[in-house]
Design a protein around this ligand. Sequence first.
Ligand code: NAG
Length: 258
Amino acid sequence: MSRRPPARRYGDNGGGGGIFTSSKSRSSYLHIGLVMLGGLMLIVYLYSGSGEFSGNKEVVSRVEGDFSCTVEVERAIPILKKAYGDSMLKVLHVGPDSCSVVSRLLKEEETEAWGVEPYDIEEADRNCKRLVRKGIVRVADVKFPLPYRPKSFSVVIASDALDYLSPRYLNKTLPDLARISADGVIIFTGFPGQRKAKVSEVSKFGRAAKLRSSTWWVRYFLQINLEENEAAVKKFEQASIKRSYRPNCQIFHLKSFH
Ligand SMILES: *[C@@H]1O[C@H](CO)[C@@H](O)[C@H](O)[C@H]1NC(C)=O
């Protein structure tokens, strides 16, 4: 309703065509109103739908949790150590739940680890708050250059962090990971169609994860001149076979910029 006055003003300015203009715009407001009502009903429907199935919610989220590539990083640590050797002694992890990955890495002998947590950590536990206070884990937006000097780490591991970035931001973030690492960047990312973003996840990240195919990623790496770390790929495969390790995520091994 508050939109009416401008419509009338257009009509006044238009002189003879005034009536036509204003009725036309009024009908387009009606149209917009109907679309909005439709959207509202859809939202109500979706919410009531999720309420209906709330009994299954726990099961669903547990299954989704299993497919979190951050969890996969922790599973893969023994394999990564075999593949990367001493390079796994100075690691930066980038991605959600970085505190848990960093804590896990710090349990390894002689290993130094840091983390970049891309999102708010209001609900962090005491251990995580301690890591943040000590500056071991930082909360930082991965869309922007990370506050580290070139080759600050031997390897950088990113999990579940890049799926939320469009190529415009990936174009900046990925080369930045190659810049701050000396011996490689390891990317853990979901398989397309593997999991759906939960409602809470969407609001946390601002957009739903876009899980891209391995073809997409390989083509993209070429486009931005990031090379595959063939030596690491080979060693990682060998170690995986030896330990019957089968990843639940796509894992890419890239060379750092030198
Ligand atoms: C990302 O970078 C590549 C290579 O420089 C370029 O071809 C492409 O257009 C860029 N994409 C976007 C969305 O900026």
